[in-house]
Design a protein around this ligand. Sequence first.
Ligand SMILES: Nc1ncnc2c1ncn2[C@@H]1O[C@H](COP(=O)(O)OP(=O)(O)OP(=O)(O)O)[C@@H](O)[C@H]1O
Ligand SMILES: Nc1nc2c(ncn2[C@@H]2O[C@H](CO)[C@@H](O)[C@H]2O)c(=O)[nH]1
Length: 434
Amino acid sequence: MKFPGQRKSKHYFPVMNRDPLLAQLTIQPAPVNTWICGIDQTLVDIEAQVDEQLLADYSLPKGNSTVIDDTTAQRLYQQLQQQQLITGEFAGGTIGNTVHNYSVLADDRSVLFGVMSKQIEVGSYAYRYLCHTSSKVDLDYLQPVNGPIGRCFTLISAEGERTFAISKGSMDKLTPDHISKPLVQGGAALVLTAYLMRARKEDGIADAAMQAIAYAKEADVPVVLTLGTRFLIEEDPKFWQNFIREHVTVLAMNEDEGEALTGFDDPLQASEKALEWCDMVLTTAGATGLYTAGYAEESEKRETAHLLLPGSIPEFNRYEFSRPKRKQDCDNPIKVFAHISPYMGGPEKIRNTNGAGDGALAALLHDLAANNYHKSRVPGSIKHKRGGLCYSSFSQICKYANRVAYEVLAQNSPRLSRGLPEREDSLEEAYWER
Ligand SMILES: Nc1ncnc2c1ncn2[C@@H]1O[C@H](COP(=O)(O)OP(=O)(O)OP(=O)(O)O)[C@@H](O)[C@H]1O
Ligand SMILES: Nc1nc2c(ncn2[C@@H]2O[C@H](CO)[C@@H](O)[C@H]2O)c(=O)[nH]1
């Protein structure tokens, strides 16, 4: 497990004493295995540059993720190929992206529950999915199915907005018996997406997700939900509010999904409202950057050294140096908020923002899992005296999530191809010598 904050080798843990003689004198702590679990619809993204007319021709609402039938998918694919509009094919799925990015950042294990074609031909979509997923993502628990995995036509408009058309194949066929209870209950977090709940009942994946949630809750494992698309939430915000209240510890959303869920278009107000139902919120807001919100214990709150920020909640970032805690673990919970503008103002050229939110969530999950890891390695640490959901402060998590989102934007694929650079070019030499 790599340390999630300053990425300098001496900040990685554990620091092992490698002297073979001295090692006999000290009791080496048993190695600690840390992982997170995710459930997803197995999807390959087929990215294409399209105009408004194509979206209209296929009745695809801009920005939405719409499930299309096989005939429409065939027609769309042929048109994209004939007009040579396809710009890339990547392993996708919002949770697949998130656990892959987590494994790349943490250099550690994640477990993905989903389906995989039983018969795989070289060059097929299933083959590509496997090839483009980090070897640290444990795919041994995927359920073998007879059909193909899903395809996600990722249609990028001129201004960079992405619209998804899903050809689902067998992606929803995951059944509850393929969720491993010990893996979910031993994990640092269980991460899911709202998309899973729109699958047909007879297809199984929604039930599989509910089974995993039940296992996680039984073992007090944090459940992390990412909302997917505002159109899905808009259909029934009350359902999602209740769902979050009943099952979710950490909520990730963008500002549009936040508005659909809470009625507030201001991301800060939407985050505050969502704290009525869960313990922590990550709200991404495109070119405005991102927010984290959550609870801290009044007696442990830490004041920021940064500028106090104006907003719908004046000076909302006052206690952003506090560490997130579950509300139930605080005697006197206070709400804490933090914000950060895009790293370096964002990359010079953004072809599309697909997956930037998944990258930000992966950073938060890394911080959360690192907290578990540290707690097992150094149980006596003052950090763990009174519990805590994450290793770092709200402010630090904002910075990290923002940095990772930038990396996804800069490289034009929803998944990180490598970890963050050891040294940031933007920082002066003196910083790394500290
Ligand atoms: N136009 C932009 N300029 C600078 N930074 C951006 C821009 N768009 C996104 N970002 C960065 O990426 C983060 C996540 O972006 P965004 O809010 O678009 O996520 P999202 O809508 O959840 O994306 P997706 O669902 O495709 O993963 C932002 O919080 C910000 O840090
Ligand atoms: N699991 C899942 N992911 C989706 C869906 N629609 C779009 N995505 C993914 O969302 C990612 C960006 O967050 C893309 O890489 C898409 O593959 C869907 O219906 N289900």
